[in-house]
Write a protein that binds this ligand. Sequence first.
Ligand code: SF4
Ligand code: SF4
Length: 157
Amino acid sequence: MYIIESMEKDYCLKCGNCCRNIKIDLKRKILFFDGIQHLDENFLSMLEIIKTEDDISFCKCKFLENNSCSNLNKPEICKNYPSSPFAYIPRNCGFEGDVFMSLEHVKQKIRKLKEEIIHYEALINTSGKSEQNQYQKIINSHKKFIEKYKPYGSENW
Ligand code: SF4
Ligand code: SF4
């Protein structure tokens, strides 16, 4: 999965909004934080649900104090946030632009792969058996890559 290197840049405005707007789906055990991940019991135990709408709950972390993290053993996902182009970024977060650009980069790559699939599908119709197999392998590998990003909407990019 595509990873951005935001941690190397100091764009954090120390507003604490990412830790008071954590989105989860309790029923399906999904954490929308640094991308879409499994919500484990450890992370869940840190959260206080503020409101729930249509199965999605918005939570504040119990370790957030004066806009800072007081958890000395904070999970890896917190240490790395935001590392994914699909990170859930609150409005006015200092990483907004960086994450947006990373997301555009992934979308561009997926669009290019889709164009190549069309190209190879057309070639298959006019090629011999061994080329057809090669083209089909490329198509399958492209489709597999696109499939990985399906939870983020890759079908529509
Ligand atoms: S929302 Fe963004 S700017 Fe604010 S604390 Fe979190 S990472 Fe930093
Ligand atoms: S442990 Fe710290 S960094 Fe992680 S969500 Fe809680 S307050 Fe934020």
